[in-house]
Design a protein around this ligand. Structure first.
Ligand code: NIG
Ligand code: FE
Length: 437
């Protein structure tokens, strides 16, 4: 068995036009890992932390994990030495709006001078600005910019990524976004979970009742039939979709066999969390203004609370009430909410720093929030998000002596190498050196 470092390469991909190909042997043994961290298989299991650990990957799955002194007798595996490095499951970003055209840097600057997100939206800006730019962009340009963005997620260790539509807001434009996401899904080396969010805002040029009926009667059944989305999401918010309208849309999603996600109680407490709970949604997201009743309802629903502290930070709003949610036993995930308006931030590391500093999230809970709980928010927690035998081999080797560095020091990328579904898809090829050691 030969010991070697992962060679420097960028991306492995089914379509070499977009990613460089690099295929390792089917069996890989990563040895001498300074710290290996993984959530346990069950919801309330503590995080498992091993020092001087090893992990064996066979046929795209994890087959053994444990301390080096108990490592299985090496066979024909390619060995990698991870001395001084940390290994965790691949990260999961379970809430993004990453297919769009243009930017809203002007709105951001206005907000720094006192305008609010809600005022900008009420004056016809906000999401609608991006809708107009997205509708008039070519599919080639939308695909190119989305590919470029996805590489940023891969480079920071993300192996599962949710992407929502919602900047089309008319049938053909929403369909086009779904087809673009489908193409990204087919060509990407990571697992992409598409969500239909035709109810992201009220269209600027279609009567709201007409649009809601189109979503319910035409779009959701057709999208489900063509397998273009796994879930349906609704912006249930004052001035956007009411509880009653959201309820009708979610009922159509349920009928079509799609999973449910809700932008709930983000800016005003109108009962979005309780609605998500009633549908046993995959997730209720944002929850900046969630009420005690909403928390009680979520606690018995199995729904994941997806918190997006990057958005609270960018909107200068109070953070979601993490301690109340966890006290109620609700699983909590963290995600970026990446979009051109309320949160132009791709970094899960930065999101964890905000969660730790401003919501008091522990380092272990941060790990669960961007791995197994995020997998649960995408219906994948039996497949990915843990480094245990049988799970899909989605993992990251970090150029850091322990997991804390990802939260403590988010302004540099600690990624050394990323494995998705048993294949190495990215490596910096750099020597293992933590700047602080
Ligand atoms: O999750 N809340 C609705 N949607 C996004 C914002 C999208 C935008 O501003 O373009 C969010 O924050
Ligand atoms: Fe969002």
């Amino acid at each position: 068995m030969s010991t070697r470092r992962i060679p420097s390469f960028r991306f492995q991909h089914r379509k070499p036009a977009h990613y460089l190909c690099f295929v390792m042997s089917e069996t890989v043994f990563i040895k001498n890992i300074a710290q290996l961290k993984t959530p346990g298989p069950d919801l309330h299991d503590p995080v498992i932390t091993l020092s001087n650990a090893g992990i064996l990957i066979e046929n795209g799955r994890i087959s053994w994990v444990g301390p080096m002194e108990k490592a299985p007798v090496p066979g024909s595996a390619a060995e990698l030495d991870a001395t001084g490095q940390t290994v965790t499951p691949g990260l999961i970003d379970c809430h993004t709006h990453l297919v769009f055209a243009g930017d809203r840097s002007d709105e951001f600057i206005s907000r720094t001078q006192g305008a609010t997100y809600e005022e900008i939206a009420a004056a016809g800006g906000g999401i609608r600005t991006t809708v107009l730019k997205t509708r008039s962009a070519s599919s080639t340009d939308l695909l190119r910019s989305a590919r470029h963005r996805i590489r940023r997620w891969i480079q920071q260790g993300v192996t599962t990524l949710e992407i929502k539509t919602g900047y089309g807001l008319e049938s053909e434009s929403e369909y086009r976004l779904l087809r673009i996401i489908d193409q990204l899904k087919n060509e990407s080396p990571i697992d992409i979970s598409p969500t239909f969010m035709g109810a992201h805002d009220i269209p600027p040029d279609i009567d709201r009742t007409v649009w809601i009926n189109q979503i319910i009667q035409d779009l959701i059944p057709a999208i489900a039939m063509e397998n273009l989305a796994e879930a349906v999401d609704v912006f249930c918010e004052k001035g956007v979709y009411t509880i009653g309208e959201s309820d009708r849309i979610l009922a159509a999603a349920r009928k079509a066999g799609l999973a449910i996600k809700v932008h709930a109680d983000e800016l005003t407490p109108i009962g979005g969390a309780s609605l998500a709970a009633r549908y046993q949604a995959w997730s209720a997201d944002h929850l900046l203004c969630v009420t005690d009743q909403g928390i009680r309802d979520l606690s018995s629903s199995g729904t994941v609370a997806v918190l997006l502290p990057g958005t609270a930070f960018y909107l200068k709003k109070p953070f979601a009430p993490l301690s109340k949610l966890t006290a109620a036993g609700i699983p909590v995930a963290l995600a970026t909410d990446f979009n051109p308006g309320s949160c132009p931030m791709e970094s899960l590391s930065m999101v964890m720093t905000l969660a730790a500093l401003y919501m008091g999230m522990s380092a272990d809970d941060c790990l669960k929030a961007v791995t197994t709980n995020a997998a649960r928010a995408l219906g994948r927690h039996h497949v990915t998000g843990c480094l245990l035998p049988g799970y899909r081999a989605d993992l990251v080797i970090w150029n850091a002596p322990d997991w804390n560095h990802l939260i403590y020091h988010p302004s540099v990328n600690h990624t050394a190498a990323v494995m998705a579904q048993g294949r190495w898809i990215f490596s910096t090829g750099e020597p293992i050196e933590c700047p602080f050691h």
